[in-house]
Ligand binder design. Sequence first.
Ligand code: CA
Length: 246
Amino acid sequence: MATEPDAPPRSRLVLVVEDEESVRMTLRYNLAARGYVVLEAESGTEGLEMARSRNPDLVVLDLMLPGLSGEEVCRRLRAESEVPILMLTARTTESEKVRGLDLGADDYMTKPFGVQEFLARVDAVLRRAQRPAREAPRATLLRAGDVVVDSESRRVTVADQEVRMSPKEFNLLYQLLSSPGRVQTREALLRSVWGPSFRGDSKTVAVHIRWLREKFEAFPTLPFRITTVFGVGYRVDLAPGVHLRR
Ligand code: CA
C-alpha cells in the first residue's frame, strides 16, 4: 500500500466491533478517510479475538452484539489491557451510560450520532490515551536507597525483592516517587494516573494508596514513606540521608 509523503509515521489502528453492517460500513469509510487503519468484527467473540491478536490503538464497541455482549467484551478487555474503548449504544438511560463507564469504557456515544461527532470523539479518546498515564514515564529507573522502580519492566524491588503491583499502583507509586517532598493533590493524581476521562472520585486514590502502603509493610526499613497531607493529597518523604537517583 502506498503511503502519502506527509502521512503520520504510524497509522492508528481502530477496531470496530458492530453487528449492524450499515453502521459498520459508515464508520469504516469515515475512519479510513481520516487516515485510520480499520479492522472490523461482527460479533463480540470475534471482536475480543481481534483485540487480542491485533493490538489496536482504539476499540469502538457496540453494546448490543450477538455472541458476547459489548459489556462482556469491555469487561474482559479491561481486565487484560488499557486499550481505549469507545462504547456505542442505542440505549439512552443515564444508568446504562454510567454502567458502560464503570466497566472501563473511555467514552460513550448514543445512537444515532453524527459522523463528525464520532470522529471528534475518536480523536479525543486517542489523544487522551497518549497522555502520561499511558505512556512510559520518561525516566526508566527511579532509585531511592535499596528501592528500584523500573518503568521499562514495570517492576518494583526492595533490596532485590520484587514487590508485585497492579498497573495503577505502579503508576501511582511512580508519580509520587518522582517528586519526593512535593504534595500531589488527589485530583492531580486521578488525572495523571487514571486519565482525564475517569469518572471515579478521590476515594479511588485513597484506596490505592492504602494498597501501596500494605504492600510495603513487609519492609520495615523502607527508605521512603507515603504521607497523607490532610485535605490536600499525598507526598512521598524520603528517609534522612536518602536521595532520589534517576
Ligand atoms: Ca448492535
